[in-house]
Write a protein that binds this ligand. Structure first.
Ligand code: ADP
Ligand code: MG
Length: 308
């Protein structure tokens, strides 16, 4: 049994128009994707803004409704569970949001922010609750006294740590991290990412790590799925994606990662030009008449590409 298996997931948003607010069309935010997560790994979902990454994450955790397809979590299809059964699974899957400034309620103390999920799922005495919150606040590297402060008293990196502490209190198995460091200063990003790797080991977490930044994805992920307009163009291990990309869209994303080594920059500019030329000249090889990508085809046990 797979830990998490997503089969042919589609999520369409209705577009309403006219006097009667009828549904006139749909945004196909996620349009038939399939992938699998093994327990303990970090799976990266990457692609440019608007390709459907957030929608995928929100649908897995139940914040969005799927249009069709299956989301099998430890064998149970989350899309078919009753509200009550879904509530039960909600403890096992938690989400860390992109913006630590707006995802924490500014009027609540850290104690109440972190305890909120506990109050929804467990009946603890105030003393037990406080001990548990202190345990997690220390795990994420903040002082126990922090629990009496308000979000505005913390920096962006510290706020993201508070968000992570809140996600940990129910002892989840899967954490969906949606651009967890994109709103942070570059100097703080690495700290938070390394910290996320530490707690992954300690708490045996599986991550679905969402980012538009391939450099970060490379640092964090065991396997990667590349999304383009609601579909997958390529899937493979980190190594396969970085050293042997097959789809032109993947190649373009990789060639756009800035190289910190100045000697390599000239070669990188050339490479970028070659790839842009290939993109213009061989468009039909990678995209069909409607501008959509093809179905994924397996090219090795772990690597698949959307080619005709
Ligand atoms: N609530 C919504 N209603 C209508 N369209 C939406 C909604 N949320 C997202 N979309 C659209 O769905 C597509 C995918 O969005 P999203 O999942 O946020 O992408 P990403 O996270 O990769 O940037 C985009 O075209 C976006 O405009
Ligand atoms: Mg997003």
């Amino acid at each position: 049994m797979s830990f998490l298996k997503v089969n042919n997931l589609k999520v369409y948003y209705p577009i309403r128009g006219g006097f009667f607010r009828r549904v006139v069309d749909h945004v196909k935010a996620v349009d038939d994707i399939s992938f699998e997560l093994k327990q303990g790994e970090t799976y990266g979902l990457v692609g440019e803004s608007g390709c459907g990454k957030t929608t995928t994450g929100r649908t897995i955790i139940g914040l969005n409704k799927s249009t069709s397809g299956e989301i099998l979590f430890e064998g149970k299809d989350l899309t078919k569970l009753s509200r009550r059964d879904f509530h039960h699974h909600r403890q096992d899957i938690q989400m860390i949001f992109q913006d630590p400034y707006s995802s924490l309620n500014p009027r609540k103390r850290v104690l109440d922010i972190i305890a909120e999920p506990l109050r929804n799922f467990e009946r603890l005495s105030p003393g037990e609750e406080k001990r548990k919150v202190e345990y997690y606040i220390e795990k994420v590297g903040l002082n126990p006294e922090s629990i009496y402060k308000y979000p505005h008293e913390f920096s962006g990196g510290q706020r993201q740590r508070i968000g992570i502490a809140r996600a940990l209190t129910l002892n989840p198995k899967l954490i969906i991290a949606d651009e967890p460091v994109s709103a942070l200063d570059v100097s703080v990003q690495a700290q938070v990412l390394n910290f996320m790797q530490d707690i992954q080991k300690e708490f045996n977490l599986t991550y679905l790590f969402i980012s538009h930044d391939l450099g970060i994805i490379q640092h964090m992920c065991d396997r990667i799925g590349i999304m383009y307009r609601g579909q997958f163009v390529e899937q493979g291990t980190s190594k396969e994606i970085y050293s042997n990309p097959q789809h032109i869209y993947t190649k373009r994303l990789i060639s756009a990662i800035p190289d910190i080594n100045p000697e390599k920059r000239v070669r990188q500019v050339e490479l970028r030009q070659e790839i842009n030329a290939e993109y213009k000249n061989s468009y039909e090889k990678y995209f069909n008449a409607e501008g959509k990508v093809y179905q994924l085809k397996q090219i090795s046990d772990t690597h698949s590409v959307a080619l005709p």
